[in-house]
Design a binder for this molecule. Structure first.
Ligand code: TMP
Length: 396
């Protein structure tokens, strides 16, 4: 039974950056009420009322996975590891974005699935790319008469697809006998530990735990045999899943992580109720920091026009009263406005000038990379503001 434990209020689509703030654009902006639920049977945590994917993954989708060095390096590393460990002939990626993972493979091995047409166009010249949503009918079209996939990789995508059963059924159909599904998604354990409620937004229909994944795949002739903790997106898990009768044995790491999740009581509703109370406290404390700085006439900007900062700003009702502008390296976010709160976005070259004293870490998951890049800002007395794991001003 699904129990709602968190209400993050009226939210826009977190990756829908506005080209202008004209009356016409603003009246068309889509909002919905973001509520998060816990299923007391499967232990799955999900958005209680998912948005239609057709309105999210359009041909103007802004996110480019290869924008960050952290992600480029992480995908090169896992591609190498999968090649070495499983020696795949066919590798399929679901949600190939701008090709940041597939570019590490020989093009003959690759099948890419990417429903955002602007992104699919970027990879289709070199790699076999289907500009479609991942469905059972697409799986049949690709694999009914061809060799099946030895690796199906999907990073930050499976958690975005509302119809989890169909997604997994289509994957089970597409895997070779000992084929492996490898998925990476933000981990619920990290969300609870870091109080990073901004992992919840329209695209994260699910925030997975190993306990929930293990329960859900079982129903579809699949089984979880390994989990790895990874640093990306503020703490993620990499799940290894195979067909029920494939050759892989359960790893010690899987058992260890399942135990850790049990200890953190991820299978109990009370954990989520406590989390919800902490989120409310975090909102109050963050606003308090902004108010105090503004009272002292400090200029505050935000660093990274991320989906996470969209959730935070809309939940905490933080707009241009506190944040002058947002900087972001992504060209097609620059010149636009943040969803819901309509804060202008400019390039870091323009925005990180000497008048900036405080920068909210919208891209807190890239903290290491950003602090390294912005050494001079810190040296001249500039400070970052973060809300993870609790609202505070930091310099390292
Ligand atoms: P995401 O967290 O929503 O996936 O996206 C991260 C955003 O942060 C992306 O738009 C690029 C931006 N970014 C910067 O502007 N500067 C940086 O140094 C890094 C690492 C990311």
């Amino acid at each position: 039974m699904k129990k709602i434990f968190l209400n993050l209020g009226k939210q826009p689509l977190a990756n829908s950056f506005l080209p202008s703030i004209s009356k016409k654009t603003l009246t068309k902006e889509f909002f919905y009420n973001l509520k998060i639920a816990f299923d007391t049977k499967s232990y799955l945590v999900s958005v209680s009322n998912p948005v239609n994917p057709e309105s999210q993954y359009t041909d103007s989708y802004a996110h480019r996975a290869s924008e960050s060095l952290t992600m480029r390096t992480a995908f090169a590393k896992i591609a190498k590891k999968l090649n070495k460990r499983f020696l795949p002939n066919i590798v399929m990626e679901i949600g190939s974005n701008d090709g940041v993972f597939i570019r590490n493979f020989n093009k003959k091995k690759i099948i890419a699935i990417e429903p955002c047409k602007n992104l699919a166009r970027l990879t289709k010249k070199k790699y076999k790319t289907y500009p479609n949503f991942w469905t059972k009918s697409l799986a049949k079209k690709i694999f009914l008469k061809s060799a099946k996939a030895d690796i199906i990789f999907s990073a930050n995508t499976i958690s975005h697809i509302p119809d989890l059963n169909q997604t997994l059924e289509a994957i089970e159909f597409s895997l070779s006998k000992d084929g492996v599904l490898v998925i990476e998604d933000p981990s619920l354990l990290s969300v609870i530990k870091n109080n990073s409620y901004d992992q919840f937004y329209d695209e994260h229909v699910y925030v997975f735990s190993a306990i929930a994944i293990s329960n859900i795949v079982k129903k579809l002739n699949l089984r979880l045999f390994n989990v790895e903790k990874i640093d990306t997106h503020g703490g993620s898990f990499r799940y290894y899943i195979c067909k029920t009768d494939a050759k892989y044995k359960k790893t010690k790491n899987l058992l260890k992580i399942l135990k850790e999740e049990k200890k953190a009581e991820l299978d109990q509703l009370k954990t989520y109720k406590n989390f919800s109370n902490k989120v409310k406290k975090s909102k109050k404390e963050l606003i308090k920091i902004f108010k105090k700085l503004k009272k002292n006439n400090k200029k505050i900007i935000s660093y990274g026009a991320t989906y996470k900062s969209s959730t935070v700003f809309n939940y905490c009702k933080v707009g241009t009263k506190y944040i002058d502008y947002v900087t972001d390296t992504t060209l097609n976010k620059q010149g636009k406005y943040t969803p819901g709160k309509h804060i202008p976005i400019i390039s870091p070259e323009k925005g990180m000038d000497s008048s900036v004293m405080y920068a909210f870490l919208g891209a807190w998951n890239f903290k290491k990379e950003i602090l390294k890049k912005e050494k001079d800002f810190i040296k001249r007395g500039g400070r970052f503001i973060t809300h993870v794991p609790s609202p505070q001003i930091i310099s390292k």
